[in-house]
Design a protein around this ligand. Structure first.
Ligand code: ATP
Length: 346
């Protein structure tokens, strides 16, 4: 059993959103809210596994929070990392990054290929898929014809998205090209808060399979791990984003699925005796993320927040979500299956 690791990241402040009277203060891994003269406001203080300041880089987020999950996935553990936070707080920046400061996803992809190339006694097979959940429908971002895909469940595969394109990949550059294709297909739109606001949740998935190269045994032990890197749509106040029409409909779906994610996290964070029913089935997002939340996976959550006073209420909400997520325990184990050994597999 191990706890989900939860970190908070402040994005740099935006000049037009002037610094206000009250301010967030970071001391090591603790965040508290202070009045103008520096006195702390009682009851508003939170501690996390790590707090990233405004000047932090994606490289440091990767090294501190994500790298260990990626390396565990190479060794057969399921892994999930997701970014949660209000609109325009830096989720997409954290997951995808920029040319100068690549985000978690491109860093993970490069790390996986660099690391597996150095492991000489195992053979690896890597597959990727990329999907979005838009207005509670699952669309394949790698294949435009694949829309409204159903979620199924089976004993062998657990919960899976039927019909999703899975591409076998051999290099980081090949994966990054696929991601570029997927990004172009993703639903984004302009709101008052963000000129390129993600209007869907996206799940970039890598399945890593491996077996020993020179096994002389009559069975092959195949490790299969699933790695989900998730960029959630932003929680938003409809009034602040100025949403109407299509944006309003999207916003309602986004808020509803995030509310269900919050409900799942609340239930999981309660004491054992109250953990009767966890409402994973109430949304596609929580169904797909089920192993990451209280199941067989190593999980890191990065909660992004905006530093300005005008966002204090949303920031408090995100910090409360993060605090509850910190109480969830997962039970990750190496996923290994035994198959009869065939010469061609070696
Ligand atoms: N840590 C950071 N360093 C530099 N720029 C950042 C950082 N975080 C966010 N930004 C910038 O702030 C803007 C909003 O960030 P981003 O689009 O990542 O937010 P988001 O949380 O994904 O929003 P939404 O939920 O609306 O999609 C972007 O222009 C992004 O480049």
């Amino acid at each position: 059993m191990e706890k989900i690791s939860v970190a908070v990241r402040f994005r740099p402040s935006i000049a037009e959103e002037a610094a206000g009277e009250r301010q967030w203060r970071i001391e090591d891994n603790r965040i508290s809210l202070h009045r103008p003269l520096g006195t702390p406001i009682s009851g508003i203080s939170f501690a996390f596994d790590h707090v990233f300041e405004q000047s932090s880089t994606n490289a440091s987020v990767y090294d501190i929070l994500i790298k260990s999950i990626i390396h565990a996935a190479i060794n057969g553990f399921n892994g999930t990392a997701f970014a949660y936070g209000q609109t325009s707080s830096g989720k997409t920046f954290t997951m995808n990054g920029s040319q100068l400061d690549p985000g978690i996803i491109p860093q993970a992809v490069r790390d996986i290929f660099d690391t597996t190339h150095m492991i000489t006694d195992r053979e690896f097979l890597v597959r990727v898929s990329y999907m979005e959940i838009y207005n509670e429908e699952i669309n394949d971002l790698l294949s435009l014809g694949n829309q409204r895909l159903p979620v199924h469940e089976s004993l062998e595969r657990g919960v899976y998205v039927a019909g999703l394109r899975e591409e076998i990949v051999n290099s980081a550059d090949q994966v990054l090209e696929l991601i570029k294709l997927g990004e172009a297909n993703r639903h984004v739109g302009e709101t008052n808060m963000n000129v390129r606001s993600s209007r869907s949740h996206t799940i970039f998935r890598m399945v890593i399979e491996s077996s020993a190269k020179d096994s002389t045994s009559s069975v092959d032990a195949i490790r299969v791990s699933v790695l989900n890197l998730v960029d959630l749509a932003g929680s938003e106040r409809i009034a602040k984003t100025g949403a109407g029409g299509v944006r309003l409909k999207e916003g309602k779906h986004i808020n509803k699925s995030l509310m269900i994610l919050g409900n799942v996290i609340n239930k999981l964070s309660e004491n054992g005796k109250h953990r009767a029913h966890i409402p994973y089935r109430d949304s596609k997002l929580t169904r797909i993320l089920q192993p990451a939340l209280g199941g067989n996976a190593k999980t890191s959550i990065i909660c992004t927040v905006a530093p300005e006073e005008v966002h204090i209420e949303e920031t408090k909400g995100t910090l409360q979500f993060a605090s509850r997520a910190k109480r969830i325990t997962n039970c990750a184990q190496v996923n290994e299956i035994q198959l009869p050994s065939y010469p061609h597999r070696r």
